[in-house]
Design a protein around this ligand. Structure first.
Ligand SMILES: NC(=O)c1ccc[n+]([C@@H]2O[C@H](COP(=O)([O-])OP(=O)(O)OC[C@H]3O[C@@H](n4cnc5c(N)ncnc54)[C@H](O)[C@@H]3O)[C@@H](O)[C@H]2O)c1
Length: 344
């Protein structure tokens, strides 16, 4: 296979293959860009169907973290790691320690954290071998409340931009997914006076939102076509596609889900339809911002104050998109590129 010429390679500074015969570790660690500081990004454990698939994934995700960390205004570059294994059957503390040694060999150029397939317990095992780790059990916190708060301020800023309204009183919001982030966000929206329409495949979560938040439940396949001001996707990726965009009545899409655009062109499709799209990696950065602030000297006010600046970043993106007549996801990428290039 080729690596240097794949589209996601995008000038990665360093890509390292790590293995440990004793524990069965097979991992790829990617450092995309360290202009702003050490490359932070999670460690994903996944039973990839091929090594090519693992490499493509780590490169794509690592590059994405450079953009995310730059727009989150963090002194961090972007990186990522993947372990080729099944998290349910293959993972052992010894394997995670071997991963910790692989991280340590990068000498601080890469900081690892949890991701799909890894947990705070795993980061505790990693921390036995390296200090370059975040989200360690007992030290880190659940990032979801910070992610939810970032989405809340992002929705407020987007409503101001698209609807010209300074508050959320009576604004109708459809929340897809009432998990760790979605439920917390729904609560904040309700407290701010918004009317909620919700959907989740978990009937218990929906029933709770109905009773506690006065939300109106709708079947999960009808959430896209609701007559609302804001659609807040907080469940799955790739939910902005040809089928769903055609159904949207919302004027704003702003939520926590990762990789919301099924394809790049769907960002343009939203703009063509007059829908203001809050780029997912900008509005959902509350969690990574919070990770930056964790530690012995944790200051909740400072951490959440930093998360609140997501609103200003979105404002900058919306201004640039309007000025250049480009979709918001393109404007976001350009601002991120300027930030990490200028930090060199
Ligand atoms: N937790 C964080 O701090 C964080 C940070 C950045 C991005 N995100 C992203 O935000 C999203 C939500 O994260 P989370 O931590 O709340 O996850 P979660 O697993 O706690 O919640 C997801 C919810 O979506 C529901 N769901 C699944 N399929 C659905 C469907 N078809 N229709 C409606 N609901 C459905 C699930 O039942 C669950 O309640 C994910 O895409 C995640 O990658 C989360």
């Amino acid at each position: 296979m080729t690596v240097f010429t794949t589209s996601h390679f995008a000038d990665h500074e360093q890509v390292v293959f790590a293995s440990d015969a004793e524990t069965g570790l097979r991992a790829v660690l990617a450092v995309h860009n360290t202009n702003r500081g050490p490359a932070l990004g999670g460690c994903r454990m996944w039973a990839y169907e091929s090594e090519e698939a693992a490499i493509a994934d780590v490169l794509r995700l690592s590059r994405g973290m450079t953009y995310k960390n730059a727009l989150a205004d963090l002194p961090w570059g972007g990186g990522k790691s993947v372990i080729i294994a099944d998290a349910k059957t293959d993972k052992t503390p010894e394997m995670m320690r071997a991963m910790g040694r692989a991280v340590e060999r990068l000498g601080g150029r890469y900081i690892v954290a949890e991701d799909v397939g890894t947990t705070p317990d795993d980061m505790l095992a990693v921390s036995a071998e390296t200090a370059h780790v975040r989200g360690v059990k007992g030290v880190g916190f659940d990032p979801s409340p910070a992610t939810a708060f970032g989405c809340f301020v992002g929705i407020k800023r987007s409503v101001e931009e698209r609807l010209g309204r300074a508050n959320l009183e009576g604004v109708k919001v459809a929340v897809q997914g009432l998990g760790h982030v979605g439920y917390d966000l729904a609560q904040q929206l309700r407290d701010a006076g918004a009317d909620l329409v919700v959907s989740d495949i978990d009937e218990g979560a929906v029933a709770r939102a109905k009773t506690e938040l006065g939300a109106t439940p709708v079947p999960f396949d009808q959430i896209y076509s609701q007559d609302v001001d804001v659609f807040a996707p907080c469940a799955l990726g790739a939910i902005l596609n040809d089928q769903t965009i055609a159904q949207l009545k919302a004027k704003i899409v702003a939520g926590s889900a990762n990789n919301q655009l099924a394809e790049e062109r769907h960002g343009q499709a939203l703009a063509d339809k007059g829908v203001l799209y809050a780029p997912d990696y900008v509005i959902n950065a509350g969690g990574v911002i919070h990770i930056y602030h964790e530690g012995a000297d944790y200051d909740r006010q400072a951490a959440f104050g930093h998360v609140g600046r997501i609103a200003e970043t979105l404002g900058e993106i919306y201004e640039r998109a309007a000025k250049n007549g480009e979709p918001t996801h393109v404007a976001a990428d350009r601002i991120a590129e300027e930030r990490f290039a200028n930090a060199a």
